[in-house]
Each structure stands twice: as C-alpha cells, then as structure tokens.
Design a protein around this ligand. Sequence first.
Ligand SMILES: Cc1ncc(COP(=O)(O)O)c(C=O)c1O
Length: 400
Amino acid sequence: MDAFARATVNHTGHEPHHGTAAETVLSAGDFQQAMAEITAWEGYAPTPLVRLNDLAARLGLGAIYYKDEGPRFGLGSFKALGGAYAALRLLQREIHASTGTAPTLEDIRTGRYRRAAGDITLVSATDGNHGRSLAWGCQRFGARCRIYIHAGVSPDRAEAMRALGAEVIRINGDYDASVAMARAEAEKQGWFVVSDTSWPGYSAPPRDVMAGYGVIAQEIFGALDSAPDSAPSHVFLQGGVGGLAAGLAAAFRQHWGAASARVIVVEPDRAACLFESARAGRPSAVTIARESIMAGLSCGEPSALAWEVLAEEASDFLSIPDALVGPTMRLLANPPDSDPPIRAGESAVAGLAAVIAAQAQPRLARALGLGKDSRVLVIGSEGVTDPAIFSAIMEGQDHD
Ligand SMILES: Cc1ncc(COP(=O)(O)O)c(C=O)c1O
C-alpha cells in the first residue's frame, strides 16, 4: 500500500454547473436506440458488476462496484460498444445518401445492403481498443476498414486489428498525429472517419460512440436498481478523450437525476487533458512528452462533445502516476482475501488506483468526500488486451 500513500495525485475541484448537456448532447432517445440495437447483436451479454467487499472494508468504504468490461463481445474492452455501433450508423447514413433508400440498422446488420457497404471504407486512428471495435464492426457489416496507429501502439494490439480484417498503418508520431493523418487521408480518398473524438464540425460518429457506451450504464441500473440504498455515491471514470466519462455521466444524470453520483475523472499525469481543461475552464490540449502505460488514456486533446458534458457534470479531476498501475492490477488479479480475482488491463485500473490512493491519503479522501458510507463505482474498462504487457506486469515489472 506504500505506493498509494506516496503517490503524487493531483486534484482539481471543479464546480459542476448543471445545465442541459446531459440531456441534449446525448438524448434519452440516442441511448435507447443504441441499447435496442446493440443488445440485438449476436454474442451480446451484460458484463459483470463485481462487488469488491473485502477491498471496500479494508479501505474503509461502504462498497466498491467494479464493472468488468473485459468480456465485452470477446473484444476485451468497453470500446466494442462504441466504434462498431458508430460504424453501423455511418453506413446507414451513407447507404441512404448513395441509394436513396432508407435502410434500418437491422437491414445493414443482417446483410441486406452488403454490396453497398462493401464500397464504403471506414477509417480511424486508435491506440488499440477503438480500432479493434471499428475493425470488428466493419467485418460484421461488410465495409472496408483502415486503422492508423502511432509508433507506441504495441505489436499485439496491431495484430488483433489485422486479424479482424483491417488494414493497419503505423505512422511516426503520437496519437494526435495519427488522428490528423486519418482525417487527411479520408478527405483525399473519399473515405469516412469513424472517430471516438469530436472536433468542430465533426460530431455524429463520436456522439454515436458515446451513445453505445450507454449500454454499460443501463446494465449497471439493471444490477443495482432492485437493491435498496445501492446507488453509487461516487463514480470514478478514467479519461482518454473523455467519451467514456461523458457518456456515462450523461446516462447517470438522466437515470438518477439530482441523486446522481459525484463524478470524478481520472487521467494519467502524462496526458491529463481533461484535468487541464477543468483548470482552464475550456477544452485544452496538452503535449505528451512520454506515453503513459495506460495506453487507452494517453490522449492529449479532449473531445469537444465530451467536454460539453463533463464541464457540467464532473466535480473533480485527478491525475495519477503510472507507478500505481502495476500494484492495482496485481491487487485485482491476486486479491489477499475473498474478493474474486479480476484480470484487468492497464487503462482499466485508473479509477480504482485513484480510489485506493485517496483512501491512503486522508486529505484527498476528505476533499473527495469519501468515507465509510461511500458506495464507489469504478469501470474496469478493459481486460487483458495486451497479453505480453499483462504478463510483464504480473511478474512485477513496474513503470515510473
Ligand atoms: C481501456 C480503455 N479505457 C478507457 C478509455 C478512455 O476512453 P475515452 O477516450 O472515451 O475517454 C480508453 C480509450 O481508448 C480505453 O481503451
């Protein structure tokens, strides 16, 4: 536990000015449509909401709920919900535009427009998980797929996308450079970008991506609503571009209203663009000097659409060092008591790492309003998406 007590965790309190973003950026209808479609996909099953009772007791908390996205559609992460759904919606719009007929999502899913879909190329940048989701969606729905990855994306993650039929292009440069390259080539070639991040003038696919993430929230409501006094008081949401955090914060507000949990956003200190946006009061980019081991969170620019929601819904922003990742992953995989073991990936544990650090640092716990009655929800956003990295971390190899 020493690593958690010693860690430098930066905290910015942020007065959430509740407005309408949680209902307008993503409407109840957007969430319902995504839920109806995604739960009809072959292989759909809710992921487990695991109660870490012994860890909660040891930390002096009322409850810890860990939503384990590892098994999601066999793809290893929650991203399976976003990219594939946004791909389907984009195919729907483009096939409508090119044929003049208006296909339903089911029409495309079941292959009625397979020939038209085969003429469409979808592209994206990724640090792994979003690209895997998009490649999987393209394979299912019959479109072509090109994925741009930066120099730091691991070989195992690149191979997983190739295995799903995507053409994978590795560039020199970082994640933000790969986003720029995907946009430039798509524009030149008449391809379509399916990005999980939005920028001025580009919002439909990232909105669909976030609507897809709403499935996670619906499953959490299903698991918790029947038990009295089980709604979370705090939710720790890790941020890359902010899509996961914003999608869930909006869904929670729509469902729980004024009783919605305190939203705490957690990022690696090497890529804390949402933290800096909170400090600046507007979306702000940071330069990534060194990639974080939390690859899915290593993003320097927030999603404009996600920021609209987080500006109104998040109360706190934290940044954590990479040094907490290994100890948290090992604690989950080898619990010292009777909690079930969980195999989590590097980006999955950011929220839980911040919870443990806060309970080891009383000032931080106080600042976040954490105590013995707190019911904390964390999202285990990925399972083992890179087996080589997972094994090295299990053997004790750590990152500073
Ligand atoms: C495993 C994992 N967790 C969390 C995130 C963060 O999601 P977002 O970029 O929507 O903030 C990502 C993004 O790639 C991810 O792969």
